[in-house]
Design a protein around this ligand. Structure first.
Ligand code: SDX
Length: 428
């Protein structure tokens, strides 16, 4: 017998089906709520609202569990790679060796950017934020692939594999070109290298000297990107789904995702954490003022807290360990790591954070790794976007392939002025 839930409004009971996911999560199916009761739900921030059914990622926030297509993030971090995890998120299975190699070649072949786009960078001031450039360039990219950005679902899906590989490859090239433009340096053309090796080459090689990765930077960056690959219905992924739900192509959808990721409450936090740690280091204090400010409600402790995790973010645990090994292989002792560790300990011993179940999230340690690799702080959120690209693509695909998917159009409760007559200007 199908399970149902009852809502009682005034003197009447209304039954609604209960949807149960494969991990036992339950939802009251309120798709007929308004037609049956005349009422809507109100859930500002959507903390209690499911926007979709999805097979890609499962998070158990209470227990700090994250799985992509059933595989625990800890196992993927220990055994997989960014491109393999990207394929898993997008296509649903760990790829056979031949498929992964073909995908790798596909990505390598797509590393260059149409020379027509090189001049687009001239249109930005060198002070432009890299996320503004990235979002614009991703949307412009669609103009060079009209057959893949038709906004006709069937046509766009027919080219999906090509578009997915192209976006995963070129988001990295655009990021590196953005950095070079901002630094006033010539673009470095992609080479026949690994995904992250090529990125570091395009970022840091010079016409007279090839970048040499002699300290495991490519490997550390691959882990960083893998840990950011997908995270169910976060702000930016929900934005991608929102845009996709209107039938927009993948380029437009991920371009919107970049904008949603930019803010300090979301992907922008990784930059804010490093800025906070550097401020503490410069002041030579213990950073307790940031904890006090958080407790007074004056500011959030950046890199802490999460809408879903009410336990340690498993990615933060892995990144915290990776930060130590990256610093060791780079041969630098970054005081920011010690500061972060002490700040974490102080917060996790403070009732304000403990009572609200606020733990370090993915952004708390990630910047220390990027800094050790030599990525400038201003590029940190762009790095998050490169990592999240597969997740955005996978979520766009879920919407595009679902013939029953509906445009995302939430309701509201109007609280403005009630009916009134227009007043001619000379009578106001
Ligand atoms: C990411 O959603 C995802 O999956 C995102 C992400 C992904 O992979 O896509 O995981 C990536 O965006 C991680 C989060 C990065 N942002 C930050 O580190 C910024 C700092 N964190 C906060 O802004 C906040 O924790 C959010 C935005 C992450 C979550 O906000 P919520 O869900 O609205 O917070 P909440 O309702 O759970 O807060 C409960 C209480 C509130 O206090 P009270 O009203 O109960 O007194 O905890 C407080 C909040 O004010 N609180 C914090 C805090 N986070 C929540 N207080 C101080 N510092 C914080 N960081």
């Amino acid at each position: 017998m199908d399970k149902t839930g009852t809502i009682r409004l005034e003197k009447e009971n209304f039954e609604f089906p209960i949807i149960e996911g494969t991990e036992g999560e339950r939802a009251l199916d309120t798709r007929t709520l308004r037609s049956k009761t005349g009422c809507i739900t109100f859930d500002e921030g959507y903390g209690n609202t499911g926007s979709c059914l999805s097979d890609i990622t499962f998070i158990d926030g209470e227990n700090g569990i994250l799985r992509h297509r059933g595989y625990p993030i800890e196992e993927l971090a220990a055994n997989s790679s960014f491109l393999e995890t990207a394929m898993l998120a997008i296509y649903g299975e760990l790829p056979h060796k031949s498929c992964l190699n073909a995908f790798r070649q596909h990505v390598r072949r797509n590393a260059s950017i149409h020379t027509g786009m090189h001049s687009h960078f001239d249109g930005f001031p060198s002070s432009a934020h890299p996320m503004a450039i990235l979002s614009s360039m991703l949307n412009s990219l669609g103009a060079y692939y009209p057959g893949m950005s038709t906004n006709n679902r069937e046509q766009d899906l027919a080219h999906f594999d090509e578009t997915a590989a192209l976006l995963i490859s070129k988001v990295r090239t655009i990021a590196a070109m953005t950095y070079r433009m901002k630094m006033g340096m010539p673009f470095v053309y992609p080479a026949d290298m690994s995904y992250t090796g090529n990125f570091l080459h395009m970022m840091f090689s010079e016409p007279y000297r090839q970048y040499v990765d002699d300290h495991g930077a490519a490997k550390a960056l691959d882990l960083f990107l893998m840990l950011h690959a997908d995270h169910e219905q976060n702000c930016s992924t929900s934005t991608v789904r929102m845009v996709a739900s209107g039938g927009a192509n993948l380029f437009a959808s991920v371009s919107a995702g970049v904008c949603a990721l930019w803010g300090p409450s979301h992907g922008g936090a990784n930059m804010a954490v490093i800025q906070m740690l550097e401020e503490i280091h410069a002041a030579g204090d213990d950073g307790s003022r940031f904890i006090e400010a958080a407790k007074k409600g004056e500011a959030k402790l950046m890199g802490f807290g999460h809408r879903v995790y009410k336990n340690y973010d498993p990615r933060a645990r892995i990144l915290g360990k990776s930060a130590e090994s990256v610093l060791e292989s780079v041969g630098i002792k970054d005081p920011l790591l010690d500061i972060a560790r002490k700040l974490e300990q102080a917060a996790l011993e403070d009732d304000y954070f403990v009572s609200r179940k606020l733990y370090p999230n993915v952004d708390f340690y990630s910047g220390i790794i990027l800094k050790a690799i030599g990525i400038p702080v201003e590029m940190f959120t762009v790095m998050f976007a490169i990592g999240r690209m597969p997740g955005w693509i996978a979520n766009w695909k879920e919407i595009a392939e679902n013939p029953k998917s509906r445009i995302h159009r939430p309701r509201q409760i109007y609280t403005g002025k009630t009916l009134r007559e227009y007043v001619p200007i000379d009578k106001r």
